[in-house]
Design a protein around this ligand. Structure first.
Ligand code: KG4
Ligand code: ZN
Length: 327
């Protein structure tokens, strides 16, 4: 049983092919559109939709070529249907519907967050952490903490009250004059200067928020205010980037520590683009981080959720038919 999965939730056109029985990933293609977003300093939903329209057919072709398959070899089609940019999702789901209809194969729709949550199952050469988990999905669009039960059940514990952590990296990076997306650049920039004891000298602190919620929008304002001071110079920018990164990461760590206390015996799993951050990985040596290419958006994680649901006998077939009748 071979399934093709599509993810177009944000600005990456991703297609993967999985063997349901073995859970082996046969193709894992990501066409990134960040370059198209760079002049705007962030994702423009309308441009993302147009880029998906242009790239998705090529991404599907590449995936089939990579897996050495023809469309008729596919047994199942899957697509992310939520959450994400509505126009971008519509392109992926419409394409998947047409493909499934044309091939006469079933279509299933998958939740993008579940994709991130179960991405550790993609790391075939590493040991998948045993459930239950405390799982943090931390990306440009999401900062949400979950408990994942031994039966794969998902319970949301808390989420950001405003910006996502990756969004904070990107917006602070923009203020510092970096290109979009700035998270990886800040990570690399700060790492080069890791030996300077004075590097986190700006007084930026994690926001105090209740329970398992997060807040990052105040940091952006604090950075803007510090940069507006007359005494602020070009040479202070690196220290400010380091201080902001530390405040973002400490906000995450405070809540992870709280969850570890609240849920003893749970492994900690961190995924999403910000989980690529090298300092976060160093600060949390006991947490499980998927391989970086599976932390950022990809369709392999969507294919894996479909495979897990198929094994559990609960991969629902989407009904796309329209009808003039009331039942
Ligand atoms: O998961 P992802 O590819 O897309 C979303 O669903 O948003 O995550 C992209 C986000 C961006 O905000 C980017 O700046 C951030 O992840 N990011 C990082 C790093 N690599 C990517 N943030 C901090 N450190 C990194 N190394
Ligand atoms: Zn994502």
């Amino acid at each position: 049983m071979k399934a093709l999965a599509i993810d177009t939730s944000c600005d990456d056109s991703s297609v993967a092919i999985i063997n349901f029985e073995s859970k082996e990933i046969l193709a894992d293609i990501v066409f990134s559109h960040t370059r198209a977003m760079r002049p705007y300093g962030g994702v423009v939903p309308e441009i993302a939709s147009r880029e998906h329209l242009r790239s998705l057919p090529r991404a599907v072709e590449s995936a089939l070529e990579h897996a050495r398959l023809k469309p008729k070899d596919l047994d199942w089609i899957c697509a992310t249907h939520r959450p994400g940019l509505i126009g971008a999702l519509l392109v992926g789901v419409s394409y998947a519907k047409a493909l499934a209809y044309g091939l006469g194969k079933p279509l299933s729709v998958i939740n993008h967050i579940e994709g991130h949550l179960f991405s550790p199952f993609l790391d075939s050469n590493r040991k998948i952490p045993e459930l239950p988990w405390i799982a943090l999905v931390v990306s440009g669009g999401h900062t949400e903490m979950f408990r994942v039960g031994a039966d794969y059940s998902i319970q949301e514990l808390g989420a950001t009250l405003d910006d996502a952590a990756g969004e904070a990296f990107d917006k602070i990076g923009k203020l510092l004059g970096l290109e979009y997306p700035a998270g990886a650049q800040i990570d690399r920039w700060v790492r080069q200067d890791a030996s300077d004891p004075d590097r986190c000298r700006f007084p930026l602190r994690p926001a105090q928020t209740p329970d398992y919620s997060f807040s990052f929008s105040g940091l952006k304002t604090a950075v803007r205010t510090l940069m507006a001071a007359e005494s602020f110079t070009e040479s202070d920018k690196l220290a400010l980037a380091a201080s902001a990164q530390e405040a973002i990461l400490q906000s995450l760590i405070v809540k992870i520590d709280r969850a570890k206390e609240g849920f003893p015996g749970h492994r900690v799993v961190i995924t999403g683009g910000v989980a690529c951050n090298s300092r976060l990985r160093r600060l949390l040596p006991d947490a499980y981080f998927p391989a970086p290419k599976h932390c950022t958006d990809n369709a392999a994680m969507i294919a894996m959720v479909a495979a897990l649901q198929w094994h559990a006998g609960r991969l629902a077939i989407a009904d796309w038919n329209v009808s003039a009748m009331s039942r």
